[in-house]
Design a protein around this ligand. Sequence first.
Ligand SMILES: [Zn+2]
Length: 76
Amino acid sequence: MLTIKCARCKRKLFKYEKIGTGRLLHLWPDRIKKDHSTHEDKKVKCRCGNVIGVDQGIWIKLRPQSFTYTGSYIRK
Ligand SMILES: [Zn+2]
């Protein structure tokens, strides 16, 4: 499980179940276990106003500089 945090204020944004290795570029909605972000139209934001990504319908496309994450991958 990965914990995704805001790069600006360090608030927790998501708990996310990532399957496989590789860079985290987008989030599949059904793998998000906890969502602390705010959604404004298509923008996914932290409560501090930092834009984390864009909701593109099938997934949330992340902005790489906007977040950090810790945790482990599920290997398949
Ligand atoms: Zn923030």
